[in-house]
Design a binder for this molecule. Structure first.
Ligand SMILES: NC(=O)c1ccc[n+]([C@@H]2O[C@H](COP(=O)([O-])OP(=O)(O)OC[C@H]3O[C@@H](n4cnc5c(N)ncnc54)[C@H](OP(=O)(O)O)[C@@H]3O)[C@@H](O)[C@H]2O)c1
Length: 256
């Protein structure tokens, strides 16, 4: 498949490892000029060096860093064509008893500042009549995941915003989509399995075995499989797909 991503400028947030890195790698393999951001320059650089990307710093919880990143991108690259909105996962826990401070901090890092960055970069996409905005969400948006209340509550905001934005900018050749991971093998998933094991008094292996049993494919996904979905949505081949959620879950989500 010809993706026509050669020479396109891509920014992937939260990309020093895990899903963001899988996306950055996939885009770089297609010839895009990729910038990787994470909270530390060391983390971004180590990842960027593996795929010939540019390393940048941005904590999505910090509006000033988001503004600075947008300025830096505009100065260094003249704009961004493919924007991947990804962020660190929130702490696991029940819906009850989350402090207001935690709700606000998570909402800033997982929604407000992602929208803020998009607003900085959208005018350039509109001018160039091309853009791809891809949000990394979660299967929890479709089927809420027990003990992940913050994720279940906040990620739907990105979906509602993205769907609304999609209809506003489609006429400019800009698509806005989301990818919902089921269980993809990353450090985050290891942490969640460990937390689940501690909470339920089981071994981590028992937790992971039970989780795999709930996935029709019988295994966790790989970051390259996740990245491939983003590459497709970023490509010119996906030009008529917008406002959609693409599941990458090995069949895990049972709802239609
Ligand atoms: N893996 C899955 O199966 C799965 C399923 C559903 C949803 N998700 C969600 O998808 C997102 C990525 O997950 P993952 O599995 O790739 O997690 P991960 O392996 O923990 O990687 C997270 C990445 O985000 C960066 N990061 C963390 N906090 C950040 C912040 N405040 N600002 C900017 N970058 C930050 C990390 O780098 P630094 O720490 O160096 O900043 C790292 O590069 C998370 O929101 C996660 O909850 C994942």
């Amino acid at each position: 498949m010809e993706t026509n991503l050669k020479g396109k400028r891509a920014l992937v947030l939260g990309a020093s490892k895990g899903l963001g890195f899988g996306i950055a790698k996939g885009l770089a393999e297609e010839g895009a000029s990729v910038a990787i951001a994470s909270r530390t320059i060391e983390g971004s650089k180590a990842a960027a060096d593996k795929i010939g990307a540019a390393p940048l710093v941005c904590d999505t919880g910090d509006a000033d860093q988001v503004d600075a990143l947008a300025q830096e991108l505009t100065a260094a690259f003249g704009g961004i064509d493919v924007l991947v909105l990804n962020s660190g996962g929130p702490p696991p826990g029940k819906a009850q008893g989350v402090s207001s401070e935690q709700w606000r901090a998570s909402f800033e890092a997982m929604f407000v500042n992602l929208v803020r960055l998009t607003d900085h970069l959208l005018p350039g996409m509109i001018e160039r009549k091309f853009g791809r905005i891809i949000s990394v969400i979660s299967s929890g948006v479709i089927q809420p995941i027990p003990n992940l209340a913050i994720s279940n509550a906040i990620r739907p905001a990105l979906v509602g915003w993205g769907k609304t934005l999609a209809s506003e900018v489609a006429v400019f050749g800009i698509t806005v989509n989301a990818i919902a991971p089921g269980r993809i093998a990353t450090d985050r998933l290891k942490q969640l399995d460990a937390a689940n094991a501690e909470r339920t008094g089981r071994s981590v292996e028992d937790v992971a075995t039970a989780a795999r049993a709930g996935i029709p494919a019988g295994r966790y996904g790989e970051i390259d499989e996740f990245g491939a979905a983003a590459v497709f949505l970023a490509s010119e081949k996906a030009s008529f797909i917008t406002g959609s959620i693409l599941r990458v879950d090995g069949g895990q989500i049972s709802a239609t």
